[in-house]
Design a protein around this ligand. Structure first.
Ligand SMILES: [Zn+2]
Length: 68
């Protein structure tokens, strides 16, 4: 009844955009971080935010895990 994606093979391509700088991920999204951003009482479904490697390092300190 509607538009089909395309005939033949259907490939799922996952593309991420950085929440911080808005940059798109590469094909492998190497070094990218996914973080849950949903609010349990408000959001019925889990939501993920993506961060590129440089923003993830800045935001979460992916290299060092010690806090503080
Ligand atoms: Zn970024």
């Amino acid at each position: 009844m509607g538009m089909r994606p395309s005939s033949g093979a259907y490939r799922l391509i996952m593309r991420l955009w950085c929440q911080e700088c808005g940059r798109p991920s590469g094909p492998e999204a190497k070094g990218w971080h996914l973080r849950r951003v949903d609010v349990p009482d408000e959001d019925p479904e889990p939501q993920l935010a993506a961060y590129c490697s440089s923003c993830a390092t800045r935001e979460f300190g992916s290299v060092r895990e010690d806090d503080g």
